[in-house]
Design a binder for this molecule. Structure first.
Ligand code: GLU
Length: 518
């Protein structure tokens, strides 16, 4: 590990200074033209005068704040982003040219430490987006009772345009900046995967952090979403998608949701469309399918696929990974060249699990789904949200529905700080105790249990069992709290989730006297 680190330390730390001295005339600045193009692409679903993502989060916050009964000065403090970090650094390309990379980290609220939130690699990243996402993380953590403040980071690159070696140098250099500015640490700020990043990037972050903090016994807790071999937790990879499934399963069991939307409480009677086949979309589709729903459509960047007879998620995923497109997968399924058309197809449940601002004034009236479950952060604009709710649909909001990721990140962090795998201390003990109960039951019943019956009773909880049940319980609890507030305040689920978050955070602010320094 140390020689690997040295190689990268050289790449990350030494080259930039050489770059500054020798090659300023070869530095390529991020292209303005491509910035405008990508911004225009994400806004396709929205009217130009619809609010930005940050404005949308603030709008939702303000509406909920008004009815939250929290004191105005607390509300004002909570709304503002605490600190932001903007860094630029050059990296050397194989052809000898240098490119200046832009990165951000925003910490929205430090009412609880560490602050927590992913790091995304995307050309859309800018300060506003990162601030909006950091705010959402604060509210998200509060909704699911994860005792962290909110943060978010981003590097403005399209990861597909870089080699793994370049990505490693970019990630390590960005982490160095976070270390130097004290924007990372198990008790300070703990990043995680987000759009365009995964366990590989988290491993690089952890390694770089550890090398800068030799001897820190809790170093593994500086980042979550790590590979298992480096202190990750079982279940983190699928957590957001699984949480989306648990959340929707809970909401469709509520009679008021069934009445308003006409969706059945029986999952096997529902059709589902998922936009985005990345980590969140793939696992959400997989869990819906495994639990009886029919997946009729999946959307991706270049095109979407729709089949009213149902798609096989695992097969389609294999095909997509091998070919990078749905084209040519099947002769019966329909390919939608205009990828965002998938949002307008016939289905009961629509899961936008790609990027923000996908359903806006331009396309909201074409949405046919009865329930819209926000797997992504901010996929529905405020105006579109109101239209959906008024037309008899239900929106299950991001800060609740996609909180499974940060919930299991919290479990991973706990595992890192306790330095022991969940279940390690008690599994065998539980199994022995249960075996004794089985022996008694068998004696009384006068027959031995079948092997399957015995296994079901005796099996002691392993890490994955505990993570899954912890996640399920967290999601159900958060959905029920949201439902109760919606009922009490006569508001939709988004406002209810915001109100709950605001009240929980306000209680910490006001209880700790941390609002003002006298
Ligand atoms: N990036 C994920 C989110 O937006 C996960 C954050 C985390 O695990 O800290 O919720």
């Amino acid at each position: 590990m140390s020689s690997l680190f040295l190689k990268n330390l050289t790449a990350a730390a030494v080259r930039p200074s050489i770059a500054k001295k020798q090659a300023l005339n070869r530095v390529i600045l991020p292209s303005l033209a491509s910035r405008f193009l990508t911004t225009a692409a994400t806004q396709a679903a929205c009217h130009d005068d619809e609010p930005s993502f940050l404005q949308s989060v603030e709008k939702y916050y303000d509406a909920a704040a008004q009815i939250s009964e929290v004191k105005p000065h607390t509300l004002a403090h909570l709304r503002a982003v605490d600190s932001v970090l903007r860094v630029t650094f050059p990296i050397e390309k194989e052809n000898g040219e240098y490119e200046v990379i832009e990165g951000y980290r925003a910490q929205h609220s430090r009412h609880r430490l560490p602050v927590k939130g992913g790091i995304r690699f995307s050309e859309e990243v800018d300060l506003q987006e990162v601030e909006a996402l950091a705010s959402l993380m604060t509210y998200k953590c509060a909704v699911v009772d994860v005792p962290f403040g909110g943060a978010k980071g981003g590097i403005k690159i399209d990861p597909k345009k870089y080699t793994p070696d370049q990505l490693e140098r970019i990630t390590r250099r960005y982490t160095m900046e976070l270390c130097q500015k004290k924007f990372i640490g198990p008790g300070i700020d703990v990043p995680a995967p987000d759009v365009g990043t995964g366990p590989r990037e988290m491993a690089w972050i952890m390694d770089t952090y550890s090398q800068f903090n030799v001897g820190e016994v809790n170093a593994a807790g500086c980042v979550t979403g790590k590979p298992l071999s480096l202190g990750g937790v079982r279940g983190r990879n699928e957590a957001t998608g699984l949480g989306v499934y648990y959340g929707i399963r809970e909401f469709i069991s509520y009679p008021e949701v069934q009445q308003k939307t006409g969706v059945s409480g029986d999952m096997s009677k529902n059709t589902v469309v998922v936009q985005g086949f990345g980590n969140v979309g793939y696992f959400a589709a997989k869990f819906f399918e495994e639990n009886g729903a029919k997946i009729v459509g999946i959307g991706e960047r270049d095109c979407s696929i729709y089949d009213p007879n149902g798609l096989n998620v695992e097969e389609l995923h294999k095909y997509y990974r091998a070919n990078g497109t749905f084209k040519g997968y099947s002769s019966t399924a329909q390919i939608l060249e205009n990828s965002s058309q998938i949002l307008e197809t016939e289905c009961d449940i629509l899961i936008p699990a790609a990027l923000e601002r996908q359903i806006g004034l331009r396309n909201v009236n074409n949405v046919k789904a009865k329930i819209i479950g926000e797997g992504a952060n901010g996929p529905v604009t405020p105006a579109a949200h109101d239209i959906l709710e008024k037309s008899g649909k239900v929106v299950v909001p991001d800060l609740l529905l996609n909180a499974g990721g940060v919930t299991v990140s919290y479990f991973e962090w706990l595992k890192n700080l306790s330095h022991v795998r969940f279940g390690r201390m008690n599994k065998k003990w539980d199994e022995r105790a249960r075996a004794k109960v089985v022996a008694l039951v068998e004696k009384n019943a006068g027959r031995p249990l079948t092997e399957a019956e015995r296994k079901a009773i005796v099996h002691g909880a392993e890490e994955a069992d505990l993570v899954y049940s912890g996640l399920e319980d967290t999601m159900i609890q958060a959905c029920q709290e949201t439902r109760q507030t919606a009922e009490l305040k006569k508001v939709d689920f988004r406002s209810a989730a915001y109100i709950n978050a605001i009240q929980k955070i306000a209680a910490v602010y006001e209880g700790s006297g941390m609002l003002f320094m006298h």
